[in-house]
Structure formats: structure tokens, C-alpha cells
Write a protein that binds this ligand. Structure first.
Ligand code: GLC
Ligand code: CA
Length: 551
């Protein structure tokens, strides 16, 4: 596996393939389209492209319902197209990170079909329990709404699906199933792939006995489950760990800091790094994604700080991110998508990119792309959004209230097509896009950003370049600064007697700060989202101002 000292110098760019670039006018992004945009990505300076699933799939959950782990869905292209992408990427110093969805398969997968046809071997690849006609085995709730159990008349039992009803959970306690999954890694490693993202991988170990959850939706029984560390070590030792310099990242749902240290401490031979999500729930009301509340900045700041300190002390490693295909756009969320869009997008980028860990950029984030603001349920494509539209209406929310929630929380906010130009369909497709293009592409697009030295894109390039050249960013020790400040997220990174100072004002109002004299003396401005200026003991940060200094 790649060493942490090297991970600190890498940047990953996430591609939601379906929405990145269409090449044949069917309205769906594809691999040849992506290959045609490699120069843009090389210009940004990124090292890896994490591709969301490109395998054959009924697309109920946009490819996270995999029907075959070792092929390419025709809507994305062919295996040859994939090989071309890898080759062309490599020429530009860019490698591919594949998304491995090993918690579940689509019910269209041959294993599940054979299970339904009565083959015991394949039945045991999934998780079955007895229950009555209207009495599922437990009261667990699917992450997409409704029961987590579905009755199968063919088998006469219920199967578990933590996500959509067509995403059946795999039984990792079965050694044959595990070997099949490890072989999938060999298949892709055979094509030269050396980086993997593992989807909701901390949910793969289920308890043997399953009981009702009287305190929640069941997640406390299967999150970071009983054999999880053992399974991740196997995944490493029998799977990807056989190859040189592999990079892995696990998506950890509702996890704990302690477990994440365990998942990523190098001597435990599990994963390189983890995505955790606590910092993206500080605008949920009582933990409920579908209940709106103002962001609790103090909590956000504390979570970012605690995870930096905790992972550092334990020898673990964080994936750093604000955005992905499951999250609304960060500038609409923790920034200001109006007057201060450009400035707040740069501030948010600064906050993340100078931390200890490996940063991820999600397509369009580097343009400051915003939420979609759809106003009609027919504009939404996401299975989760559609389910919750009905659930929220059922709870008595009016149509307008429901759209307000979806407008802020739907995963489709982050999935609208990449905005390349001000032209038709933002240059994404010549056909009808599978999901509506944001009308603001007339102003927010890559072409305009490339021509503007002050664009959000230009600033992301600088941040990526800073990481490449600065040992402080790659390896400096993290410490909080201005921990009690109610508007500013500040921190330092220290190495060999040198210090990097980072200040980010998260509010659209002035923020006066008091800094230690010793920190300011001789501090050199490195980066600013407004204008470089000196660091002084008493200074006032402008609305959404961010700055980086080196002492
Ligand atoms: C992860 C993916 C998400 C998907 C889910 C089920 O959270 O990021 O898009 O719906 O897993 O596979
Ligand atoms: Ca296409």
C-alpha cells in the first residue's frame, strides 16, 4: 500500500461518469467523453480519478446496483474504452480509482438470480431470515426509506437490503463469497488499476442474530459490525494488498473515530484512508437529513478539529472532502451561492485542502457549481429523492415545503451535468441530458473559468500546486488555532520549525481575530481568496475571507 508520506502529496478527483461528458448524444456521460476531457483534469494537477461504478447495472441507483463486477455497462462504453482511458490517463500522470460496491449486488446479478432459482450455494451469498406475511424479521429501516427487508416468494424468506429493494446485501460470513469478491480486485488489477474506493464498506459485517432496534433504524447493529476489521484485513491481504503502491479509501457510514484509526493505521493492514460524514451532518436537525436546520458552525469546526487530532494521534489517515455525488453542493450549503459565490467557494476549498490527509475534488466543485433548485418531482431522478418525496408528503409537508427540503438535501443537487460551456446543455451533450442541466451554466462553466485568472478553478489549481510543493501541507502536524472563535476556522501545520497558518471566515460578515505575536512575526502570505496581505496580531477578516501564511 502507498505510504502516508506519499498519500499526503496526492489529490483525487471524483467523476460521476453519468454526468461528466457525453460523447454520443444519448444524454449519458461515458468513458470516451471522459477521455476527451483528460487535458482539463491534467491542467488541474490531480493524480487519481475516482470513477463512480461503470459496471453493467439496471441503474436503479445509478450503478451502485451492480449486476456484473467485471465488465463495462454499454451505456458507458466498452472494455476497450476503459483501457484507452487508462492509457491516456497514464500519459498525463493520472491513474484510475475504481468504485467497488461489495456490500450488496443488484438483484439482477447472476448470483441473486441463481439464489432465486433455488441454488443453495448462491442463496448463502445473501442474507435471509424468516418472517410472516406482513411481519419482516426486524424493524430495520432501509437507508432509502421503508423496510430493509423484502419477502421473496421463490425462497420463502426475506432478504436484507440496507439500500434499495434491488440492492441485496451480501453475506460476508461466507468464505466463497469473499473469494469471489477478492477475485474481482485481481481482475481489475490485471488491467493495471491500483486504486479502489470501497462503497459503504463498514456495513459488510452483519451480526448473526438480528433483533428489533427500539432506539433507531437498526444501523447500530451492523455499522462497524462484529468482524469488520477482520474482513478489511482479508480484503487487503488476499485482495489489493498483493499489488504495489495501491491506494484505497473506504466509505464509512455513521462510523466512529476509533474505528477509523483502526481502519487506516498502516500496521493494521486494512485501508489507506476513510471518508467519514459527521462534518456533513451539522445542518441536519436531530440527525435527520430530511429536516432543515441552519448549519451549526461550532459543531462543524469541532468535528473537523477532533478528526484531525484524533487521526493524527492514532496514526490514521483522512480523506478530506466537502462534496460527492451523495451530497448537495457545498457552496450552496456552507457558503453563499449568491453575492459571495466565488469567494466563499475558494474559502471552503482552502479550509479542506490545507488539512492533514488526502483531498478529494468532486466534479464541478472546482467551478463553484451550485445546487439544482428543481421545482418539480419529475425533474428528480434519484431513487432516494423520489422515495422521500412521498415519505415527506405522507408526513403532512406541503408540496412547497417538500420541494424546499429536496432542493437543499437531494442527491441530485450534486449530480446535474458538468458545466463545460455557456452553450446548449452546457456542452455536456448534444442530446437530451439524463438529468437537467443547471441554467446557471451561462455564467458558471469551465470555459469561462479557464479564461479567468481569478476563477474558482484557478484557485483550486493553486491549492493543488501548493500541496505538491509544500512539505508542510503534505506532512505538517495539525493544531487548532482560534478554537473558540464563532466565525473563523483556523489551524496551523508545523514541521521542522516551520509553520503554515490557515484562516477561514465562514460568514458573510467581518470577523476580527486576535493572533499570537510570535505567529505573525515574519509570516509570509502564500495564498488568499481576496488579496494577499500580512498576518497581524489584530486583524479583521472580510466576509468569507481565507488566507494561508508561512512562518
Ligand atoms: C454509497 C454511495 C451511494 C449509494 C450507496 C449504496 O453511499 O455513495 O451513492 O447509493 O452507497 O450503494
Ligand atoms: Ca453517452
Amino acid at each position: 500500500m502507498m505510504k502516508q508520506t506519499d498519500l499526503g502529496g496526492k489529490v483525487v478527483y471524483q467523476i460521476y461518469v453519468k454526468s461528466f461528458q457525453d460523447s454520443n448524444g444519448d444524454g449519458i456521460g461515458d468513458l470516451p467523453g471522459l477521455t476527451s476531457r483528460l487535458d482539463y483534469l491534467a491542467g488541474l494537477g490531480v493524480d487519481y480519478l475516482w470513477l463512480t461504478p461503470i459496471y453493467p447495472s439496471p441503474q436503479r441507483d445509478n450503478g451502485y446496483d451492480v449486476a456484473d463486477y467485471c465488465a463495462i455497462d454499454p451505456c458507458y462504453g466498452t472494455m476497450e474504452d476503459f483501457e484507452t482511458l487508462c492509457r491516456e490517463g497514464e500519459k498525463r500522470g493520472i491513474r484510475i480509482m475504481l468504485d467497488m460496491v461489495f456490500n450488496h449486488t443488484s438483484t439482477a446479478h447472476a448470483w441473486f438470480r441463481r439464489a432465486l432459482a433455488g441454488e443453495k450455494k448462491y442463496q448463502d451469498y445473501y442474507i435471509w431470515r424468516d418472517g410472516g406475511p406482513d411481519a419482516p424479521p426486524t424493524n430495520w429501516v432501509s437507508k432509502f426509506g421503508g423496510s430493509a427487508w423484502q419477502y421473496s416468494p421463490e425462497v420463502g424468506k426475506y432478504y436484507l437490503h440496507l439500500f434499495d429493494v434491488t440492492q441485496a446485501d451480501l453475506n460476508w460470513d461466507n468464505p466463497d463469497l469473499r473469494e469471489e469478491l477478492f477475485a474481482v480486485l485481481d481482475f481489475w488489477a490485471g488491467k493495471g488499476v491500483r486504486a479502489f474506493r470501497f462503497d459503504v464498506v463498514n456495513l459488510i459485517s452483519k451480526p448473526g442474530t438480528m433483533t428489533d432496534d427500539d432506539k433507531g433504524d437498526g444501523r447500530r447493529f451492523y455499522t462497524d459490525g462484529p468482524r469488520i476489521h477482520e474482513y478489511l484485513r482479508m480484503l487487503n491481504e488476499r485482495g489489493f494488498g498483493k499489488y504495489e503502491n495501491v491506494v484505497t479509501v473506504g466509505e464509512m457510514s455513521s462510523t466512529s473515530l476509533d474505528n477509523c484509526v483502526g481502519y487506516t493505521r498502516p500496521d493494521r493492514h486494512e485501508l489507506s484512508m476513510v471518508f467519514s460524514f459527521h462534518h456533513l451532518k451539522t445542518d441536519y436537525k436531530n440527525g435527520d437529513k430530511w429536516a432543515l436546520e441552519e448549519n451549526r458552525f461550532g459543531e462543524l469546526k469541532k468535528l473537523l478539529t477532533d478528526w484531525q487530532l484524533g487521526m493524527q494521534a492514532g496514526g490514521g489517515w483522512n480523506a478530506l472532502f466537502w462534496c460527492n455525488h451523495d451530497q448537495p453542493r457545498i457552496v450552496s450549503r456552507f457558503g453563499d451561492e449568491g453575492q459571495y459565490r466565488v469567494r466563499s467557494a475558494k474559502m471552503l476549498a482552502t479550509a479542506i485542502h490545507c488539512l492533514r490527509g488526502t483531498p478529494y475534488i468532486y466534479q464541478g466543485e472546482e467551478l463553484g457549481m451550485t445546487n439544482a433548485h428543481f421545482t418539480d418531482i419529475r425533474q428528480y431522478q434519484d431513487v432516494e429523492s423520489r422515495n422521500y418525496y412521498n415519505i415527506l408528503r405522507g408526513q403532512g409537508l406541503t408540496e412547497a415545503e417538500t420541494y424546499k427540503v429536496l432542493g437543499a438535501r437531494s442527491r441530485d443537487n450534486g449530480r446535474t451535468p458538468m458545466q463545460w460551456t455557456a452553450g446548449e446543455n452546457a456542452g455536456f451533450t448534444t442530446g437530451t441530458p439524463w438529468l437537467g442541466v443547471n441554467p446557471n451554466h451561462d455564467a458558471i462553466n469551465a470555459q469561462a473559468a479557464l479564461a479567468d485568472g481569478d476563477s474558482v478553478l484557478a484557485y483550486y489549481r493553486r491549492l493543488v500546486a501548493l500541496r505538491k510543493q509544500s512539505e508542510l501541507v503534505q506532512a505538517g502536524e495539525f493544531a487548532p488555532l482560534l478554537a473558540e472563535d464563532e466565525r473563523v476556522f483556523g489551524y496551523t501545520r508545523t514541521l521542522n520549525g516551520r509553520t503554515l497558518v490557515v484562516l477561514c471566515n465562514f460568514y458573510g460578515a467581518d470577523a476580527p481575530v486576535a493572533l499570537p505575536q510570535a505567529l505573525c512575526a515574519g509570516a509570509k502570505p502564500i495564498l488568499s481568496n481576496i488579496q494577499k496581505r500580512d498576518l497581524t496580531p489584530a486583524m479583521t477578516l472580510a466576509p468569507y475571507e481565507a488566507g494561508v501564511w508561512e512562518v
